[in-house]
Design a protein around this ligand. Sequence first.
Ligand code: NAD
Length: 356
Amino acid sequence: MTHRITAIPGDGIGPELMDAAMRVWEATGVRFDWDVQTAGAAVAETEGTPLPQRVLDSIRRNKIAIKGPITTPIGTGFRSVNVALRKELDLYACLRPCHLYPGVQSHFDTVDIIVVRENTEDLYAGVEFDLNTPDAQKIIEMGGGKIRSDAAISIKPISRSGTERIARFAFEYARSTGRKRVTAVAKANIMKFTDGLFYRVCGEVASEYPGITYDEVLVDAICMQLVQHPEKFDVLILPNLYGDIISDLCAGLIGGLGMAPGANIGNGVALFEPTHGSAPRYAGQNKANPTALILSGMLMLRHIGETEAADRLEQAIAGVIADGTSVTYDMKTDRSDPSAVGTSQMADAIIARLRA
Ligand code: NAD
């Protein structure tokens, strides 16, 4: 069977990672028919929007997409294409497995954490009011003196329905993969209504899964616990913003952003992408680590039922990492180690193992 899949190379380091990763995925023997779609700043210049309708149509048609990172201008310019894709396609569940492969430089022996991040609401809802606007003024008045008159404002919506579906996703994932503990992470002692609702609904869903231990840890407390004892944690479920931040923290536990894959999953549609961004300063240098994108493809292979190919791919990646010869600069103890290889050469080493 040939799988037709939307491929979005992205920008920055995205296109070179995608070239390398495609060669690796094809070397598994699985047949792909890539529907390549561009998006981002360069596209905005020619098509007037960084996320043209053709990209969304392609993903809706093919149901599966894989993408490289896309740069988001800070402060001004268009809003994030990545966030827009998740919202437009209602990809409500962000799944980020953080697994420490033997051979990776780390302070720990074992890290095997699944981050489940809610992807569609919270402070990412994009409901923001700028300084000195009539809407900001209205909210400042509603604040009853708690908001300064010169404030810009972001709204943090957390809904019962949005929390219920991400909680169910986390528990179903835990059940189907034999995981034993789900930890909800928020700051409900301060945000009693929004984060309080998040805990409450996660707790309600947890009661339907008696075989899985459920607990709650405050987001500040878990930052410390994760960097001291990551082996204590199993599945984490978080609202959008905390999920974003904790994902990067967990990436740091397993060798850095170059090692952290991800999946954005909705009803009948899934988009796979690494946790990292477009790292513009490394763009075009054949330097960045392709592993996070290749592992995102491994998650995609599992999702489309190509389990045996996914297993072989993961073994090949693990073999290259354990061997330590053909890895990129970020996986070396000394980052200026001249024996580090480039993006393309690391992909070649994974392909050689797949073919061995
Ligand atoms: P980043 O993840 O792009 O880079 C931070 C640092 O992490 C880099 O300087 C580099 O040292 C390291 N790094 C990242 N990916 C790596 C890889 N594959 N191999 C080796 N090292 C790697 O984060 P940033 O600098 O905050 O963001 C850059 C741009 O990417 C921003 O415009 C941001 O909005 C965007 N972004 C996009 C996505 C996405 O497309 N889903 C995600 C995060 C950030």
